[in-house]
Structures are given as C-alpha cells and as structure tokens.
Design a protein around this ligand. Structure first.
Ligand code: HEM
Length: 407
C-alpha cells in the first residue's frame, strides 16, 4: 500500500474548509451528533462516530476496534519494526510495551518532578514580568512542555528549539494539495531527529542516569533488551506525544479565559482552587482531538454493518459536547459537575500515559501565572484566524496569542 493510501485526510471527511470553520467545528459536530452520528465516508472508506457512548466504545473495545492499523490520520511516518511502539498494538501485547514507560508517569514519579516543573515555569514567567504585551504561545505554551519532556527523557533542554521543530514537522497534518512536500519534510525531520538522538542513546546505555532514555536502555521486552534504534524511536514518540498536545492545552487556557469567559481570571485570583477545574473544562470544551482504529472482524454495531479492515474515526471533540453527558454542553462552565468525564485523553487501554504530567504542567503554570499578574486582557486588533495553524488532531490550533498583562 503506498503512503497516500495509508493516510486518512480528516479535512476531506469533515469538509470544513475555511480556517474559521475548522477553528469552530462545533456546529458541524452538533449537526453530525443529531443527524448523522454514524457516518460512512465512502471516498476514504472510513466510519465516523460522534456520540459520547460510541466514541467511548471504540476506544475501549480493542477486540473489535484494533489499534494495529494499516491506515491512520495520525501524521507521523510509520515505523512498523519498532517493538516498543506503545500505541500501534493491542492487549495483551500492549501491556508489556506500556509497562516499559508507565512507571515514569506514576503520580509518585511525577511528584519528584514537581519542583523542576515549578522552576521552569518560574523562569518563563519571570522573563515575561517586565512586559505589558506578550505572545503567550511563544513565551509559555511552547517552551514549557518541550523543556519538561526533554529533561524527563534526559535530552539537553538547550536543544529545545531543534526538538520542537522536528516534532512539529513530524506531527504536521497531511493535506491533499501539499502531500508530497510534507512527506519529504517529514522524512528529513525523521532522519535528523534520529541522528541527533542515536549518540545520546548510545552514551546513556554505557553511562545510565536517572531519566527515561536510560531506563529504556535497561528495559527488557520478552526477555530481550531494546535495540538502540528502538530506544530512539520510543523517545521520538514521547517527545512528540507530550509536546504539541500540551502546548495546545496551555494556549487554549488563555484563549478560553479571554474569549470564552471574560472575567473568569478574577474568579481564579480570588480562589486558586478553581484552577484545576478550569484546566478540565478547557480540555473538554475546545480540544481538536480525534482517534482512529481498524475494524478487526466483520460486525454489525451502532446499527451498521462494518467490514474487517475498514477504519473508524472517533471524534472525541464532538463527544465532549454531547448533551447526554454534559448539561448545556456548548457553554464554557468551569463549575459544571463531572467535566473530567471528557475523553480528550482517550479512554480504555491506550488512555494517555502523559495525562497526569500534562495536568500538572497546566496547573502549575496557571497557578503561578495568576498569582503573578493582576489581570490579562485581549489586544484590540486580535483576529483569531490570523493566528492559526493546522492541528495534528484535525482542525486548527493557535500558533500565537498576543495578550496584555497587568502587573
Ligand atoms: C493535553 C495534553 C495531551 C493530550 C490531549 C493527549 C492525548 C492523548 C490521547 C487522546 C491518547 C490516546 C491515544 C489512543 O487512544 O490511541 C494519548 C496517548 C498517549 N499519550 Fe497523550 N496527550 C497529552 C499529553 C501527553 C504527554 C505530556 C505525554 C508524555 C510524554 C503523553 C504521552 C502519551 C503516550 C505515551 C500515549 C500512548 C499510550 C498507549 O497507547 O498506551 N501524552 N494521549
């Protein structure tokens, strides 16, 4: 199968063409939930589900909806030889692969990282302190996740710009018009990233330290050590998984405070215990996220006949606004009951390993920020469509967000 056929193009399914529509896909989500909640796209041979319960079933039922897939919308070049790839596999195989890295993300391990994350946040916020207008994406949302994940892995965080550039290219979504160019750029980024990490892995195998790459060099899968190349591929996976996603969360927190619920900032200042609630509501409300699986056997499900080998897309962003789960789902409300039921971190066996880390980064960053600045306000001339970039999860993300700061 050639690479064009391996890629599912999300925007060809949603038919949301303009940046405006892709930034606010919520009307389309609603329409699909109400009128076409199990939708078959014949052009790409892909089933699409939009309701909360259906999305959750797809993510949980690995026997029917497999993560071993020939096609995916996830725009990272495929590497089938990597035995340690935690995502493209199913239980029971998945259990041992996940165990290789899971212990680095337990609450206890993460607590050890709290002071380090706080120090990175403090440094970034101090750099902003003398200014009255900043691009919060550039100053906080981009550097925080890449610095944290680089340090966790044991990669020099001084190289964060390089790492960020490679992982952005690897995760940049494909589209029909620029398919060949993007494929070439990804191949080059993949090569450069590999060549950068390889000697680091070799060095850590000889002289292990207290970091994830060192742990991976010692880890065994089915009685055999991972090869250097496998450790490199796993590290690239983690550097990618933890980067753009957390940047999106941090950027959206500021967007929601400024544009979805102006005034909420003062509520947070009066009661810092609301910070985690805001973080959860941002995850539910605005995250452009989707997941895909492959049908493992012919079946009739959700009232439709599906065939072995067909792809299924679970539109998590649409499930997160399903009224059957969230009362007044189209409203941004940090006080809603049960907003943590959102599916932004997935569900079932592949539930995001980095969720506690992403939450910790967001909570530390926002708490520290709110304590430091008296208020934030929008810049007058701001027009969101001029600040967007295609998001790997479909739709658009913020590439910049200028805000005014009051000390
Ligand atoms: C707001 C930030 C994040 C979001 C929205 C997010 C979202 C997700 C989602 C939806 C999945 C499920 C994939 C599937 O079902 O196939 C996932 C898996 C995963 N995430 Fe995250 N993620 C975030 C941050 C992170 C961070 C910081 C890391 C750590 C480096 C990370 C590492 C992983 C890994 C390793 C998996 C694969 C788990 C498995 O397949 O068993 N993520 N993430």
């Amino acid at each position: 199968m050639n690479s064009t056929k391996q890629i599912i193009l999300l925007n060809e399914i949603s038919k949301l063409k303009s940046k405006e529509e892709q930034w606010e896909p919520f009307t389309w989500y609603k329409e699909m939930r109400e009128n076409s909640h199990v939708f078959y796209d014949a052009d790409q041979d892909v089933w699409n589900v939009f309701l909360y319960d259906h999305v959750k079933s797809v993510l949980f039922d690995h026997k029917l909806f497999s993560n071993k897939k020939e096609r995916s919308f996830i725009p990272v070049p495929r590497n089938e030889d990597n035995r340690s790839n935690v995502n493209h596999c199913d239980p029971p195989e998945h259990r041992n692969r996940r165990a290789l890295i899971a212990h680095a993300f337990t609450p206890r391990s993460l607590e050890e990282w709290r002071p380090k994350i706080q120090a990175i946040v403090d440094e970034l916020i101090t750099e902003m302190a003398s200014q009255t207008k900043v691009d919060i994406v550039e100053k906080l949302a981009i550097p925080l996740p890449v610095t944290v994940i680089a340090e966790l892995l044991g990669v020099p965080s001084k190289d964060r710009k390089l790492i960020k550039a490679w992982s952005d290219t690897l995760f940049y979504p494909y589209d029909k018009e620029t398919f060949n160019d993007i494929t070439k750029q990804k191949a080059q980024a993949s090569r450069e990233f590999f060549e950068y990490l390889y000697p680091i892995v070799q060095e850590k195998r000889k002289h292990p330290l207290n970091d994830i790459i060192s742990d991976l060099t010692k880890a065994e899968l089915d009685g055999e050590r991972l090869t250097d190349a496998e450790v490199v591929m796993s590290s690239i996976g983690l550097l990618g998984a933890g980067n753009e996603t957390t940047t999106t969360l941090l950027s959206l927190m500021f967007y929601c405070m400024l544009y979805d619920q102006p005034g909420i900032y003062q509520e947070l200042r009066a009661d810092l215990s609301l910070v985690p609630k805001l973080v959860e509501e941002v995850l539910r409300f605005r995250f452009p996220v989707c997941m895909d699986r492959q049908i493992a056997q012919d079946t009739t499900i959700f009232g439709h006949e599906m065939k072995k080998g067909q792809a299924v897309l679970a539109w998590i962003g649409a499930a997160n606004r399903d009224e059957s789960q969230f009362v007044l789902a189209e409203e941004f409300d940090i006080h809603r009951q049960g907003n943590q039921k959102h599916l932004t971190f997935g569900a079932g066996p592949h539930f995001c390993l980095g969720a506690p880390l992403a939450r910790m980064e967001a909570n530390i960053a926002l708490t520290t920020f709110v304590q430091r600045f008296a208020d934030i306000t929008p810049v007058d001339e701001f027009k969101v469509t001029e600040h967007l970039i295609a998001s790997p999860g479909g739709g658009q993300s913020l590439k910049s967000l200028p805000i005014r700061l009051q000390n």
